[in-house]
Design a protein around this ligand. Structure first.
Ligand SMILES: Cc1cc2nc3c(=O)[nH]c(=O)nc-3n(C[C@H](O)[C@H](O)[C@H](O)COP(=O)(O)OP(=O)(O)OC[C@H]3O[C@@H](n4cnc5c(N)ncnc54)[C@H](O)[C@@H]3O)c2cc1C
Length: 376
């Protein structure tokens, strides 16, 4: 282990913070640069299921098993599939006994932040560019400010990474799917029929060239997505983002119990265009730079693997840096293994995005659920 290495991590998402925590735990000094002004600048998004062999394993390596148990929701692992007539086609048996508890993204980020020393994360530090110094090290540029030089810069800055262009020519491509996100508060008290419809976990509703995904979050909050296969500019002219009930016009003929979701939703909607990097995305090693998480292998959310892969990248990169004295060898070992490891997840997510809303989507979803969630 080379504790004198100067390491910069760009991006304080689940990947970057897991890496910072594991390295810090083993005596290495790291600096994290995050463009958001503080941990509460924006809600961090919905609920995530952390898998035993990746997300949970990484938190164990981070020494955060107990912190995780305090925020994990084992009771919310349910999964349902319904058609647009409101017929329930699948319900996971014994969802509470599953190994993939849900955790709210904000709670996960807070647990990771609480485990880091004050000053480790530089807030309000959006990095615009990374430049070579000439001696194998790199500097970070934040407006007129320069940080560094660093021996290693890790891009964990998500889909639109500013580090990735130094390693790869690829940009994420639009998958053709647009998610219109809605939220429902206090569902148990204010909307008991909707709470019953969704159940304790996730509800997928597949219809004719449309779908709705709704997921239970902590504090009786539901987060949902109305899913459309449309050009990127479609939502701007067809969706009123200040009126959730207006979504009903795009789901004509759907069962009234399902349409009630849009009546119950908060007025403000968010539009999310789903992008992905090509399956098998990789780059030639360049000393002093690497990528983890979405910056390395952005996938559509259909596999539910993105955050798990990001956290496992962090754990594996940390392990190589801790056991291999030569930084470049450590990073190459991480990259070579990671490129292969993420392939099946990236392939599965790509297939999910390609078949979602197709004529076969309901049958494929059903087969997937039977294969993956029903005990064999
Ligand atoms: C709608 C939707 C639903 C999803 N659902 C799931 C799910 O159920 N399960 C799952 O596993 N995954 C899911 N994902 C994917 C998951 O969100 C990502 O894979 C995961 O967040 C990746 O973590 P990360 O740390 O690599 O990047 P991010 O979480 O994107 O974090 C990147 C961080 O870098 C910061 N940043 C960006 N640019 C800069 C810059 N230039 N300078 C400094 N900081 C910067 C950002 O502010 C952010 O804090 C979903 C994604 C979407 C869009």
């Amino acid at each position: 282990m080379n504790t004198s290495l100067r390491i910069a991590i760009v991006g304080a998402g689940p990947g970057g913070l897991t890496l910072a925590r594991i390295l810090h735990r083993h005596g290495m000094t790291v600096s994290v640069f995050e463009r958001e002004s503080g941990p509460f600048e924006r809600p961090q998004g919905g609920t995530l299921d952390l898998h035993a062999e990746s997300g949970q394993l990484s938190l164990r390596r981070a020494g955060l098993e107990d912190a995780f148990k305090r925020i994990a929701r084992y009771e919310d692992q349910g999964s349902r599939l319904m058609n647009h007539h409101g017929h329930l086609l699948y319900e996971a048996p014994n969802p509470e006994a599953g190994e993939r508890p849900e955790v709210d993204r904000t709670a996960l980020r807070q647990a990771l932040l609480d485990s880091l020393p004050l000053g480790c994360v530089n807030w309000g530090a959006g990095i615009d560019a990374v430049d070579p110094v000439g001696d194998g090290r790199w500097t970070l540029h934040q407006g007129a400010l320069t940080h560094g030089p660093f021996d290693l810069v890790v891009g964990s800055d998500g889909a639109w990474s500013k580090v990735r262009p130094l390693l790869s020519h690829y940009q994420p491509q639009y998958s053709g799917l647009t998610f219109i996100e809605f939220g429902i508060d206090e569902v148990d008290n204010l909307h008991p029929p909707i709470a019953r419809l969704v159940g304790r976990g996730k509800l997928d509703i597949d219809g004719e060239a449309r779908s709705i995904i709704v997921q239970r979050n902590a504090n009786a909050h539901l987060r949902g997505y109305a899913v459309f296969r449309v050009p990127t500019d479609w939502a701007a002219s067809h969706i009123d983002l200040s009126c959730a009930a207006s979504l009903k016009t795009h789901f004509e003929g759907w069962h009234p119990d399902i349409l009630a979701l849009f009546d119950a939703a908060n007025a403000q909607l968010e539009c999310r265009h789903i992008h992905a990097l090509p399956v098998g995305h990789r780059w030639a090693h360049r000393p002093g730079l690497t990528l983890i998480g979405d910056a390395a292998h952005l996938m559509s959310p259909f596999g539910g693997e993105g955050v798990n892969a990001a956290m496992l990248d962090a754990a594996e990169l940390a392990q190589h840096l801790l056991k291999t004295p030569d930084c470049s060898q450590a990073v190459q070992a991480y990259e070579n293994h990671m490129f292969e490891r993420v392939m099946p997840a990236a392939q599965g997510s790509a297939e999910g995005a390609a078949t979602q809303l197709s004529h076969d989507s309901l049958a494929l979803s059903l087969a997937h659920l039977h294969h993956h969630l029903t005990p064999q």
